[in-house]
Design a protein around this ligand. Structure first.
Ligand SMILES: [Zn+2]
Length: 74
């Protein structure tokens, strides 16, 4: 993989993430996120309809939930 392309991709993701955060800020979190905040994959409309202001794709949501369990130690 090309490092420059990768950096460009990450920069684009960061700006999209910032934009999404701004949107959420202005609209009070009640936002339909078209793209996953983690991997920028498009979130299917069915998922966005099912989960109110869903911010992550199925894969990332699963990873985040798994990570949350992993880090939640007594
Ligand atoms: Zn994702």
């Amino acid at each position: 993989m090309d490092i420059v392309d990768d950096a460009q991709r990450i920069a684009e993701q960061d700006s999209e993430r910032a934009l999404n955060k701004n949107k959420a800020h202005f609209l009070g979190q009640d936002v339909d996120f078209m793209h996953c905040l983690e991997c920028n994959a498009e979130i299917p409309k069915a998922r966005r309809d099912a989960i109110h202001s869903c911010k992550h794709c199925v894969d990332c949501q699963e990873l985040l939930e798994r990570a949350a369990k992993h880090y939640r130690k007594p």
